[in-house]
Design a protein. Structure first.
Length: 86
């Protein structure tokens, strides 16, 4: 269990700053603060609502979260990646 928390913490330590950096690079310099605030608030709301909604869905239909997660992984795998060249 402790190893799982270590892996999650390590992954979050790489993902969250990476998302913020990506958002900062996607907008102009005078909009970077707004982009960082939007990304941070979305992550905070997701961190609060994710376990709440996941627990509610699991109580109603125990198999449904696994189907939703599988559909999400399939959609992510089938999403074409853009190769923008600057």
């Amino acid at each position: 269990m402790i190893l799982s928390y270590l892996i999650i913490g390590f992954g979050a330590g790489w993902v969250f700053p990476g998302i913020n950096a990506y958002a900062a690079n996607a907008v102009s310099a005078n909009e970077q603060g707004r982009a960082a605030g939007t990304v941070s608030s979305a992550m905070g709301i997701g961190a609060m609502l994710g376990p709440l909604l996941g627990g509610a869905i699991y109580q109603q239909a125990g198999y449904l979260p696994y189907i939703i997660a599988a559909c999400g992984f399939i959609c992510a795998a089938l999403t074409p990646r853009s190769s923008a060249k600057n």
